[in-house]
Design a protein around this ligand. Structure first.
Ligand code: DX5
Ligand code: ZN
Length: 216
């Protein structure tokens, strides 16, 4: 069974707890939490205070996606805030620092993940695959919800599926951006098993049906 991680970026910020409860009742087992610094991406979103507030109200998996420059500076705060998975962009620092960042996340007992932007070749993350519990392939340019799915990212997912089978077979393959009822099947066919869905999930009238369809 696949995992659906509703993205809380698409929730109503004034009714976050209500939306978390709605999604829990609909069967959500993970929540995707986007963190943006206005520098690595041209937008702002949640910080570690949001992660810690979420941690207090839900026992579901918190999948925290850091879209921030030099994330090593904030690993401690996000780990202590209660992230279960903490994912950093390969483009966000030097190779040495990215490696150190993944190690530091693991030292806090949190599961490390790495992300690639659409224009970044997938081979860039090869040196880190053994350190990761999750690899995230962006299927939109990071920064905003509600964009169109980039089907041309699917070869990256297929490459990961093949490569991880050899070096780290339990590592999750996640896709993020424009995932909905129509685009999820091709993600799964290529090997993704964690599907982030923001606007499509929050807008779905029957959220339980939406989540079950993507999980299947
Ligand atoms: C975009 C974020 C996504 C976003 C996805 O930078 O990383 O997690 O919430 O939203 P949708 O599903 O609406 O494309
Ligand atoms: Zn995200």
């Amino acid at each position: 069974m696949n995992i659906v991680a509703p993205s809380l970026l698409a929730a109503d910020p004034m009714h976050m707890e209500r939306d978390v409860r709605l999604l829990e009742s609909a069967g959500a087992k993970w929540f995707h939490v986007d963190v943006m610094d206005g520098l690595f991406v041209p937008n702002f979103s949640f910080g570690y205070s949001t992660v810690s507030a979420l941690r207090k109200i839900t026992n579901r998996i918190l999948d925290v996606h850091l879209m921030i420059d030099r994330p090593l500076r904030y690993v401690e705060q996000f780990c202590k805030a209660g992230a279960d998975y903490l994912t950093v962009h390969v483009e966000a620092d030097t190779p040495e620092n990215i490696s150190a960042t993944l190690d530091k996340i693991a030292e806090y007992g949190v599961k490390p993940g790495i992300v690639v932007k659409p224009k970044t070749p997938i081979e860039t993350i090869e040196p880190y695959l053994e350190k990761c519990a999750l690899v995230l392939v962006m299927t939109v340019e990071p920064g905003f919800g509600g964009q169109s799915f980039m089907a041309d990212m699917m070869p990256k997912v297929a490459w990961l599926k093949q490569t991880l089978a050899k070096v780290n077979p339990t590592c999750h393959i996640e896709v993020d951006g424009g995932v909905d009822i129509k685009t999820a099947p091709v993600c799964k066919e290529n090997g993704a098993n964690v599907l982030v869905a923001g606007s499509a999930c929050l807008k779905a009238e029957d959220k339980a049906a939406f989540i079950s369809a993507l999980e299947a």
